[in-house]
Design a protein around this ligand. Structure first.
Ligand SMILES: C[S@@+](CC[C@H](N)C(=O)[O-])C[C@H]1O[C@@H](n2cnc3c(N)ncnc32)[C@H](O)[C@@H]1O
Length: 431
């Protein structure tokens, strides 16, 4: 019997229900029985760190409100979601932080807008933002709970979750949960963090840990690192976060090396149900004629993934754009980055357990990875090679000092395209 549109929808819905059940079982395994182990892996995640210090270091400069709304509009239109896509929809935003970004969504007049944010400092910020927001908007419903405990009765047309989840096993399950909260055919808008894009800041974090002593008070560490990395951050035009917030969220955040989320991890977790719609920045080119995009020929994810790999080198420096390269060349880069990540995690483990000779070994491995990477990148752009060379020289200084870091002439302006916004259509095969 030929499969009709209706039966296709039904079978998709059944598989969603089954997935939800499986998710729940996996969810309990991670958060119930193995909770301590997972907490150890992530160091308690962003939330424990933010709560410990009473911070929510994601405040943006929105004194020029129109400029802020323009930025958000530019982002969402790039994701295939112009303002009209939100109007009249049910929207969920998980982990909104300060709530400043939510102002834009609220102003597009969704029918219903839920926010899920468990950090007490962020909750205060959100309330204050909306209390002072004078443009016409849909007042959001604020759920002061973790995503893990959020079990709404409804599903949503659009689910947003930016700058939170990485590729730790329990966070991947939360990405599944986000997908489960989307109505069939709706959109999940989230962020990816490609490893190569985060690499310059991962190195800044490791340098930072060597520059402040463990027992220094938190505020003093933040002040010292803001001073040291100020010359690096001053090179960034259009930054809307304070340097101090950035230092707290990146350099001092014990969870920072866990925020990596390559597209492969997302596709492996929910790829059978999620198809890439768009990304910001945009690097995905698909020249196929739409009339050929039928049934199994649609392959949106495969086509997207091919562009992603061919452009991996473009994530290393936000100031530069290079032509796409052969996938094999970038796979070599990716493999060096993975070696680097493994070495950085080993270094951090030893650092957290108060140092020792293993730390020297891990530090050498880090140095080797950076040199290899610099060598590879130097063939694409000599300036990148020089910046990595300088980074390596500074990293290898036995008595590292803040002045040498502050004065890095070549590396200081190097920041990766570390955040890639992505929209995914969930359970949206054509009917
Ligand atoms: C880096 S901030 C990003 C905030 C905002 N999305 C942005 O882009 O500015 C991460 C956010 O995740 C929130 N968060 C952490 N753990 C959470 C959880 N278990 N459930 C929901 N939100 C969580 C934090 O409180 C924080 O607001």
């Amino acid at each position: 019997m030929p499969e009709t549109a209706k039966t296709r929808w039904m079978s998709r819905n059944r598989s969603t229900a089954t997935l939800t059940r499986i998710n729940r079982e996996r969810h309990y395994t991670c958060y119930g029985f193995d909770g301590d182990m997972m907490a150890g892996l992530s160091g308690g995640g962003h939330l424990a760190y933010y709560k410990e210090h009473g911070i929510s270091p994601v405040n943006y400069d929105i004194r020029d409100l129109q400029a802020h709304l323009d930025r958000r509009d530019s982002l969402y239109r790039g994701l295939g979601l112009p303002a009209v896509a939100f109007r009249g929809c049910d929207v969920l935003e998980v982990a909104p932080g300060s709530g400043q970004n939510s102002l834009y969504v609220a102003a597009t007049m969704p029918t219903h807008y839920d926010l899920v944010e468990p950090n007490p400092t962020a909750i205060k910020d959100i309330k204050s933002q909306f209390a002072n927001f004078e443009l016409p908007h849909t007042a959001p419903v604020l759920w002061t709970t973790r995503l893990e405990e959020f079990e709404p009765q409804r599903r949503y047309d659009i689910v947003i979750c930016e700058n939170w989840l990485g590729d730790l096993p329990h966070e991947l399950l939360l990405i599944r949960k986000l997908a489960d909260l989307v109505r069939p055919g709706g959109v999940l808008a989230m962020t990816l963090t490609p490893l190569i894009g985060l690499l310059p800041n991962m190195m800044r974090k490791l340098l930072a840990l060597r520059l402040v002593s463990r027992d220094m008070p938190f505020a003093e560490k933040a002040a010292r690192l803001t001073e040291v990395f100020g010359p690096h951050l001053q090179t960034i035009q259009n930054m809307t976060r304070s340097h101090r917030d950035w230092v707290m969220d990146c350099l001092l955040n014990p969870h920072y090396l866990n925020i990596i989320l390559p597209i492969d991890a997302v596709i492996a977790e929910i790829g059978s149900r999620a198809e890439v719609l768009a990304t910001v920045p945009r690097f995905y080119i698909d020249w196929r004629w739409f009339k050929s995009l039928l049934a199994s020929e649609r392959r949106f994810n495969a086509s997207f993934h091919a562009s992603y790999i061919r452009n991996l080198h473009n994530f290393v420096d936000y100031r530069r754009e290079f032509p796409a390269r052969a996938a094999e060349e970038n796979q070599t880069l990716d493999s060096i980055c993975r070696d680097f990540r493994a070495a950085a995690l080993s270094w951090l483990d030893v650092y957290n357990s108060a140092g020792g000779s293993d730390q020297v070994t891990a530090a050498e491995m880090i140095g080797r990875s950076i040199r290899r990477l610099g060598h590879q990148l130097g063939t694409i752009d000599p300036d990148l090679g020089v910046a990595f060379e300088e980074l390596c020289d500074v990293w290898e200084k036995p008595d590292l000092d803040g002045e040498s870091v502050a004065a890095m002439a070549h590396f200081k302006g190097l920041f990766g395209r570390e955040t890639v916004y992505i929209s995914l259509v969930i359970d949206g095969a054509a009917t």
